[in-house]
Design a protein around this ligand. Structure first.
Ligand SMILES: [Zn+2]
Ligand SMILES: [Zn+2]
Ligand SMILES: [Zn+2]
Length: 127
């Protein structure tokens, strides 16, 4: 079954212009503000599809799923402000080599990892 893609494209674009992590509800409101006839259930579904396909990051905060556009197909990590949701994509060579060597030490092959660092961004630290 092929789904309509205009909704997905609209969600992808709205996500791309949002700063930091946003909820499906917030994205839905933003889309409705631009006159889009999209439905909330469609926004939820499109966001979870994008997350599954690696085009969006998702995280759970207070029981709610939040999403953010993610650079696809390149391995990277995130610095995430737990107050405002500002997210910075970072590379971490030290983490890559540590993960590879600790896996090898234990005879593991094809290691992968997810490392996100949470904290308060500069602006929120000043507040
Ligand atoms: Zn990312
Ligand atoms: Zn912040
Ligand atoms: Zn890594």
């Amino acid at each position: 079954m092929k789904r309509n893609t205009w909704q997905r494209e609209a969600v992808r674009q709205a996500l791309g212009t949002s700063e930091g992590f946003v909820s499906a509800q917030a994205l839905y409101s933003a889309l409705r503000d631009t006159g889009s006839p999209i439905g909330l259930a469609t926004v939820y579904r499109a966001l979870s599809d994008l997350a599954v396909e690696g085009e969006a990051d998702s995280l759970q905060q207070e029981g709610e799923s939040l999403y953010r556009a993610c650079t696809p197909h390149t391995h990277h990590h995130h610095l995430i402000c737990r107050n405002c949701g500002l997210t910075v994509e970072i590379e971490a060579d030290a983490v890559e080599s540590w993960a590879a060597s600790v896996a090898a030490q234990h005879g593991f092959t094809q290691p992968s990892h997810v490392v996100d660092v949470f904290g308060l961004c500069a602006a929120c630290s000043r507040g």
